[in-house]
Design a protein around this ligand. Structure first.
Ligand code: COA
Length: 262
C-alpha cells in the first residue's frame, strides 16, 4: 500500500509495517496546521487498517526529523488561539501515545520543539547519529505546548527535563541515549532498517498483549493529568506577550531575540 498526503507519505510493506514520513523538507519538516491535519488523519486511518500492524514515523531528507511547530504560523496566535492550538496538538499526540499498535519514532536529524514532542509521544525512539533533540521554545518566548513538559519529565525525570526546557539547548543523540530519551542510536545508513527490525520483533508477540501493555504503561501517568491543562493554558498566555512576538519575529528575521520580560 502506498498513499500520499500533501505533507506526508505512507509506505506499507508485506510485514504490515507502515512508514509514515513527514514530507516538508524545505522547512525541515516543520509542523504547520496542514501537516498536523494530515498527521491526525493518517494516524486514525493506520490505527484502523487491518493491513497495518505497526508504524514508524520519520522525516524526509537527511537533515531533520521535524524541526518544530511552524514558527511563521505561530506569529498570528493570541491567548485564546494559542491555548486551542496547544490542546489540539496535545490531542493528536495523545492519539499516537494511546495507539494499541506499536509506533516507533525513527529520529533521523533535528527533533526540536514539536518534533521532539512528536518523538516522545511514540512508544520507542530510535535515533541516527546525527539526530539532535531539544525543546528550544523559551528562545521564542514560549514553552513546549504539545505535551513536551509532561512527557520529557516522564522520560528523563524533573531535573534533567528542567535543564533541557529552561536552557532550550539541543543535545546530541549519544547524550539523549545516556539520558534515556532515546532507546538506541544507529548510523544514518542503518537506522530505518534497525527500526523495522525492532518493530518486527514486537509484531511477533501477541498483538492484543502488546496493545494492553501500552495501555497499562501509559496508565502509570494517568492521574492526576492536570499538567497538560496547565501546559496549554501557559502556552496560550505566553502567546499574548511581547516576548513571544519578539522571539518569533527574531527567528524569522534570522537574528537573536532581545527579551524584556513583558
Ligand atoms: N518553523 C518554520 N520554519 C522553519 C522551522 C520552524 N520550526 N525550522 C526551520 N525552518 C525553516 C527556516 O526558516 C528555513 O526557511 P527559509 O529557507 O525559507 O529561510 C528552512 O527551514 C531551513 O532552516 P535553516 O534555519 O535555514 O537551517 P539551519 O541548518 O541553518 O538551522 C535549525 C537548522 C533546526 C537549527 C533551525 O532551522 C532552527 O533553529 N529551527 C527552529 C527550531 C525551533 O525553534 N523549533 C521549535 C519551534 S516551536
Amino acid at each position: 500500500m502506498s498513499q500520499t498526503y500533501q505533507n506526508l507519505t505512507i509506505e506499507t510493506d508485506d510485514a504490515g509495517i507502515a512508514v509514515l514520513t513527514v514530507n516538508r523538507p524545505d522547512k525541515l519538516n516543520a509542523l504547520n496546521s496542514d501537516v498536523m491535519s494530515d498527521l491526525e488523519g493518517a494516524i486514525l486511518k493506520l490505527r484502523h487498517s487491518d493491513r497495518v500492524k505497526g508504524i514508524i514515523i520519520t522525516g524526509s531528507g537527511d537533515k531533520a526529523f521535524v524541526a518544530g511547530a511552524d514558527i511563521k504560523e505561530l506569529t498570528d496566535l493570541n491567548n485564546f488561539s494559542g491555548t486551542m492550538l496547544s490542546e489540539r496538538g496535545q490531542q493528536i499526540f495523545n492519539m499516537i501515545e494511546q495507539s494499541h499498535k506499536p509506533i516507533i519514532a525513527y529520529v533521523n536529524g533535528y527533533a526540536l520543539g514539536a518534533g521532539c514532542e512528536l518523538a516522545m509521544a511514540c512508544h520507542l525512539r530510535i535515533a541516527s547519529e546525527n539526530a539532535r533533540f531539544g525543546l528550544p521554545e523559551v528562545s521564542l518566548g514560549l514553552i513546549p505546548g504539545y505535551g513536551g513538559t509532561q512527557r520529557l519529565t516522564q522520560l528523563i525525570g524533573k531535573g534533567r527535563a528542567l535543564e533541557l526546557i529552561l536552557t532550550g539547548t539541543p543535545i546530541k543523540a549519544d547524550k539523549a541515549l545516556q539520558m534515556g530519551l532515546v532507546n538506541s542510536v544507529f548510523t544514518a545508513e542503518e537506522g530505518l532498517e534497525a527500526s523495522k527490525s525492532v518493530l518486527k520483533t514486537i509484531l511477533q508477540r501477541g498483538p492484543v498483549a502488546v496493545g494492553k501493555a501500552i495501555e497499562a504503561v501509559n496508565a502509570v501517568f494517568d492521574a492526576p493529568g492536570k499538567g497538560y491543562h496547565v501546559e496549554a493554558e501557559a502556552f496560550g498566555a505566553l502567546c499574548g506577550t511581547i516576548d513571544f512576538k519578539e522571539g518569533t519575529t527574531a527567528f524569522l528575521q534570522k537574528r537573536a531575540p532581545s527579551f524584556n520580560g513583558n
